[in-house]
Design a protein around this ligand. Structure first.
Ligand code: XMP
Length: 319
């Protein structure tokens, strides 16, 4: 009968068989899927695997440190961390169009990754945390019109360009099964249960132009919001929760002073697969507490609003 322990053993054998003594490179995003894929592959082939984590400057508060700590200290998996903040933020300067922002980030991500692959002398295989739903979604549907609502960021094109084969040990699994496998591999609960985070990161949570200042402001507000969600014991009941920083400034008052600062939007949804989503119905005391804390603690924000839009017609992210 089928257990995660058996699946783990089977996949380790499969990976060894596929890879032989070849070299594998894996891009870590900090999310569950790429983390579980990397840990499993490392268990199978050890030092033949190199993990690369690109810090594009669009990460959440402390995210990079958490990934470094987990891979280096907890698993002793060597990790190449690329500090590419200036390159990404430099290229995003002046760009307000959501699709152009996404495309730039996707392309730059691939460029950086390719450079790192060359630096380690190339690789024969590219590891990806592709899940079963990704496999189905990439098959084109017959009959209906194909409409791209948002171009999602991935490393498409890279394997061919660099003549690499794919290693995708999670291809048969659904998200909840990947989480089970993560637990089986000793991944800490805080990682296993993490909300999904988009590849373009905070760039698509800052409608309009992205700047370092805006990223810093948003990181603080987002951290306050998520801390309150965790403290209230609500994190696991929510599919995704995050703050967005609107490109609008409004007037407020703090003590004897008039303020003129940004508006912060809060989003929280429940969902099964991200395709449709419902608004999470916080009670008003919770929202008041978060709003008060953000306005008091985050310089640059003086107003907080809650997004009450389901998907459809809204999307989960704001861009
Ligand atoms: P939307 O905003 O389309 O999001 O309702 C659905 C799910 O996809 C994530 N998302 C992305 N993930 N690159 C990603 O890797 C992207 O460009 C991207 N856009 C949205 C979003 O966070 C949600 O989980």
């Amino acid at each position: 009968d089928w257990t995660m322990a058996a699946y783990r053993e089977q996949k380790i054998a499969d990976i060894r068989q596929q890879v032989g003594d070849g070299k594998v490179i894996c891009g870590l995003s900090g999310g569950v899927d790429s983390s579980v894929a990397a840990i499993l592959i490392h268990e199978a082939i050890g030092e033949q695997l190199t993990c690369v984590f690109v810090d594009h400057g669009l990460l959440r508060l402390n995210e990079r440190a958490q990934v470094e700590t987990m891979f280096r200290d907890h698993y002793n998996i060597p990790l190449v961390v690329v500090d590419a903040e200036e390159r990404f933020l430099g290229g995003l300067a002046g760009e307000a169009d959501p699709e152009k922002k996404r495309k730039f980030i996707g392309k730059t991500f691939i460029d950086v990754f390719e450079e790192e692959a060359k630096r380690i002398g190339g690789a024969d295989f590219l590891a990806q945390g592709t899940l079963y739903p990704d496999v189905i979604e990439s098959v084109s549907f017959t009959g209906g019109p194909s409409v791209t609502i948002k171009s999602h960021h991935n490393v498409g094109g890279l394997p061919e360009r660099m003549n690499m084969q794919l290693v995708e040990p999670l291809r048969e699994l659904f998200k909840d099964e990947v989480r089970d496998l993560g637990r089986e591999l000793g991944l800490p609960d805080i990682f296993v249960g993490r909300h999904p985070f988009p590849g373009p990161g905070l760039a698509i949570r800052i409608p309009g132009e992205v700047t370092k200042d805006k990223c810093d402001i948003l990181r603080k507000a987002d951290a306050v919001y998520l801390e309150e969600i965790r403290n209230a014991g609500l994190y696991d009941a929510i599919w995704q929760a995050f703050a967005v920083l609107l490109p609008v400034r409004t007037v407020g008052v703090m003590g004897d002073y008039r303020t003129y600062d940004y508006v912060c939007g809060l989003r929280a949804v429940t969902s099964v697969d991200g395709m449709t989503a419902d608004v999470y119905p916080f009670d008003s005391a919770f929202l008041s507490r978060v709003a008060t804390r953000i306005v008091n603690e985050v310089q640059g924000i003086n107003r907080v609003v809650y997004d009450y839009t389901s998907k459809p017609p809204g999307t989960i992210e704001w861009e």
